[in-house]
Write a protein of this length. Structure first.
Length: 364
């Protein structure tokens, strides 16, 4: 029986990775076409290819749930079309056993999704963005023209432009006392983090604590504490490009400074809900081993798979955006689509196989 289990799982996984390869190739080609349009003297075609290549892990991470649904659907449909599932059931393989086999294959996909989303994709995107920004001769900023505002304890920091290699420009720092009175301001043209210090150029330091305002002008100055370097690295990347460790650290920083963290909390919980959704996708394909569904053509099954996949993707994106706009806890906003999919999966199993099969899934 173990040989048969491995065979079914192998066919499903081969179908999933085949669909994954096609989807990643399509997304990669579209990305490459977009990057080729940006090629110039400083951003070569080679760098465009490298940028797209480094973003492949992120593309894999994003399309894996849909690839899982479509791939497992194709795999089970092939086995059903060739009557291999009928033969397996005739030899004593129960429906609940078939579902458990697919879930075991799904466990591998869940592990793969988590590893890619946590360790590989964020690093790949960060390297890709650094390469792209460093190639720009004008050193384009990683943020918009308004710059970024940072609250650090009793200080408010404004950075006009952020560049690779820990370089910032147009720096303004305002420090307040416990009575919320301005006691010091600092303006600097440029800062660069080197050897554990922030080196500032053309700095103007103004002290308001005394009756007489003191102003100091310095061509070069150094600060050990300007902003935490790890936190600085996190701030110049998007939430979906962070690992769960980076997200947790940044969320803690935002909450300590009474700042909005909902968007980052949603990204944090998505690191766990997306891999879990891949497992549930396997349950959604179970009707395709039912006798009433097997009569459908292979093309019809693929069409249904694509339709369901697109619908689930749109539904998930809608819920995520709504959770930011309206007052929905980030955990619920991230896992609500998963809970709904799980409920739908259980309904499908009960509808086609009955309650007994559903109970057997939780029993040996």
């Amino acid at each position: 029986m173990k040989i048969l289990d491995k065979y079914i799982a192998k066919q499903i996984l081969l179908s999933i990775f085949s669909v994954l390869g096609v989807l990643v190739l399509v997304v990669g080609v579209l990305d490459l076409v977009d990057e080729i349009k940006k090629v110039n003297d400083s951003y070569s075609l080679t760098l465009a290819f490298l940028y797209v290549f480094l973003n492949i892990p992120q593309n894999i991470y994003e399309v894996l749930p849909i690839a899982t649904l479509m791939g497992s659907l194709i795999g089970l449909s092939k086995l059903s079309s060739t009557n291999e599932l009928n033969a397996a059931k005739s030899s004593g393989l129960s429906l609940s056993r078939i579902i458990k086999i697919t879930l075991k294959a799904g466990a591998l996909i869940v592990f793969l999704t988590f590893i890619i989303g946590e360790f590989i994709a964020p690093k790949g995107q960060q390297i890709a963005n650094n390469i792209k920004n460093l190639s720009e001769s004008t050193r384009l900023s990683m943020k918009n023209t308004d710059g970024i505002w940072i609250k650090n304890k009793s200080s408010f920091i404004h950075i006009g432009k952020v560049y690779p290699n820990n370089i910032v420009q147009e720096i303004s720092i305002y420090r307040f006392n416990k009575k919320q009175q301005l006691i010091e301001s600092l303006f600097s043209e440029e800062g660069n983090y080197v050897d554990g210090k922030w080196n500032m150029k053309n700095t103007v330091l103004t002290n308001f604590e005394n009756k007489n305002i003191e102003i100091k002008n310095e061509t070069n100055s150094s600060f050990e504490e300007f902003i935490d370097l790890d936190l600085f690295d996190i701030m110049i990347i998007k939430p979906d490009q962070m690992s769960s460790f980076q997200l947790r650290k940044y969320i803690q920083y935002l909450e300590d400074n009474s700042m909005e963290s909902k968007r980052y909390q949603l990204a944090f919980w998505s690191k766990f809900s997306i891999p879990l959704s891949c497992l549930i996708m396997f349950l959604l394909t179970t009707p395709f081993v039912h006798s009433n569904i097997r009569s459908a053509s292979f093309g019809q099954r693929i069409f249904v798979g694509i339709l369901v996949g697109v619908a689930l993707f749109i539904f998930n994106q809608t819920i995520n955006k709504l959770s930011i706009i309206i007052d929905i806890p980030p955990f619920l906003g991230s896992f609500l689509p998963v809970f709904i999919l799980l409920g739908l999966s259980f309904y499908i199993i009960k509808r086609f196989y009955g309650s007994k099969v559903l109970l057997k899934l939780f029993l040996k």
